[in-house]
Write a protein that binds this ligand. Sequence first.
Ligand code: NAD
Length: 380
Amino acid sequence: MNDAARNRAIDAPVVVEVGLGDRGYDILIGPGLLDRAGEEIAQRLPGTRAAIVTDENVATAHLATLQAGLDRGGVASTIITLPPGEKTKSFAHLQDVVDGILAARLERRDSVVALGGGVVGDLAGFAAGIVRRGMNFVQMPTSLLAQVDSSVGGKTGINSPRGKNLVGVFHQPKLVLADTDVLDTLPLREFRAGYAEVAKYGLIDRPDFFVWLEKNWRDVFAGGAARIEAIAQSCRAKADVVARDEFELGDRALLNLGHTFGHALEGAVQYDGARLVHGEGVAIGMALAHRFSARMNLASPDDAARVEAHLQAVGLPWRMADIPGELPGAEALLDFITQDKKVSRGTLTFILTHGVGQAFVAKDVPASEVLAFLKESHPA
Ligand code: NAD
């Protein structure tokens, strides 16, 4: 084997398959994938042209590399750049993306390529799902959160003024290229936020993975093999759930562990990323879900303490008091939760747990219990 071939073998990406039959696809995880994007895309989608949708931060750091990579593979591209941040997941920016795709005269067999975090992926995926009744879609996730969660599984969409992720479609990508090199430019705070979703897979039903993370999280943060391993494990976990329940009629809801409390907190700070980003909301939400489960005598308080300790060790917020500035009161937080959910006769559906790695869907959780718990946990 010559040097080039050897380097290529060392750098060969980990491949995780999403088993959805004729809509199945590969997730490639490893270094250097932006450089090889043209080759990987052209192989699977011969003759396709691309609209790269990205945000200003990611464009500055990585767009030139991707464009050169697409050029090398003979994939012609046009670029649509958006402002960064959760507020971009809006009707106004959806219109910008749709206009950009149509202005470039792309057709159904052409591809929308999302180069960015979960915001870009959700928005670009939605546009790909609706322009010309569905175009090809390729995810090139650049945040840890997007690499381990949002780029896999086909949920796309935007926020409505009435709530988060309320408008969207299921539209699976044809390919996910998770280039682990790009994480080197991701701010530490955002890396940590993505790590919350990594830990989530352990907490749902992979207790051994959680133990591994407790031991190895420093190496995951440092980069290299442990980081790739954590991303691959997370993608396998997500791919398994998605293959079992693509449209969230059952099990897939478990992926929402921590999200009911987390979304309420994001709403309560009006999606102000300076105060709370999505993954941080999930971290606090997971800690609250474990504490609430202990309060309901469903799990041991030791498990809640273990989760809180791990989140704290990695530097994530884990309680409401960690959010800077004032929060609305417990009643108002409950309003955010009930807006997000169907309330039937005063009861709610939550993801609760019997302990680390034993999450379950709990129907009929009394709203009065949630309110009492929010009052106890509220910093005011
Ligand atoms: P994000 O897209 O806002 O990215 C976070 C920040 O990091 C942004 O400022 C972005 O510009 C910057 N960034 C991203 N990659 C970078 C890089 N490599 N270098 C430098 N800066 C970089 O947020 P996110 O945390 O990636 O995603 C959160 C969104 O994902 C939320 O809207 C959430 O609802 C959604 N989400 C969707 C799913 C799904 O299944 N579709 C799952 C989980 C979360």
